[in-house]
Design a protein around this ligand. Structure first.
Ligand code: GSH
Length: 252
């Protein structure tokens, strides 16, 4: 029986990052869905932020720190380079993912480009959450509208430059992603996969793999799709935190 538990919403991009670290490192763990309404499953932490990782009697939060913690405890299949300069670079790319790429994805949930698609996607996400922590029907119904007002999402989106249009922002991020590859196979200009690739993978692949209605920005760019396929080949067929039946498309 595994002594590692990952507490998260299945839809949290930060939780999905940690899921990818665990899956790449081939560690046996238990996923515990956290109720977004009560957070009761993580009451023992005295706070509401997910993901939380518990190993034995110890728990920690902050997704990137969790990856580094896992690498220290389980050095097999490392995700951080030993070399300090390269590790710093990976941390820098990971910060860009957490502070630019993920908030941009949340902006899409707040600033609807196509109301029909956004509502359909919101209901799909509510169904995903409902699998692990059942939600009352009316909560599922209002989910796409409630997400628009969720305080942590509003706070995250407010940190972006909202004078930049959504399409300009997506175009800029696409270019920045390619720049972070620097013509090499993996982020940070690395020839081997690292924490940064595993952090970015679910953000890039989730909407595509779960069949969301969207433009699938980033993944449509050939260099980024080729990168996503390289990463996907090193992960199980379902690298996300959703049941296998939610996977509608494969990258490989
Ligand atoms: N910096 C944190 C961000 C985590 C985060 O924003 N989690 C969101 C879910 S995606 C959350 O728990 N929001 C609820 C809250 O903060 O009350 C990390 O990398 O783990």
């Amino acid at each position: 029986m595994s002594d590692i538990q990952l507490y998260s919403y299945p839809t949290s991009p930060y939780g999905q990052k940690v899921g990818c670290y665990l899956k790449y490192k081939q560690l046996d763990y238990r996923f515990v869905g956290v109720s977004p309404l009560s957070s009761e499953q993580i009451k023992f932490t005295g706070q509401r932020q997910v993901p939380v990782l518990q190993i034995g009697d110890e728990w920690k939060k902050e997704s990137s720190e969790l990856g580094i913690w896992l690498d220290q405890l389980f050095p097999e299949r490392p995700i951080m380079p030993n070399d300090e300069a390269r590790a710093q670079k990976i941390r820098g790319v990971d910060d860009w993912i957490s502070q630019s790429l993920i908030p941009a994805m949340f902006r899409g949930a707040v600033e609807w480009q196509n109301a029909f698609n956004s509502i359909a996607n919101g209901w799909r996400l509510a169904r995903t959450v409902n699998i692990v922590t059942p939600l009352p029907f009316y909560v599922r119904l209002i989910w796409p509208f409630a997400v628009k007002r969720a305080p942590f999402i509003v706070r995250m989106v407010e940190q972006l430059d909202l004078n930049e249009t959504m399409s300009d922002m997506m175009f800029r991020l696409e270019q920045e992603f390619v720049d972070h590859l620097n013509g090499q196979d993996y982020l940070g200009g690395e020839s081997e996969l690292s924490l940064a690739d595993l952090s970015a993978f679910p953000i890039i692949a989730n909407a595509y793999m779960t069949g969301m209605r969207s433009n699938h920005f980033l993944i449509d760019r050939p260099e980024i799709r080729a990168w996503a396929q390289r990463v996907a080949r090193q992960l199980p067929a379902n690298p996300l935190l959703v049941p296998d039946s939610f996977i509608k498309r494969s990258l490989v």
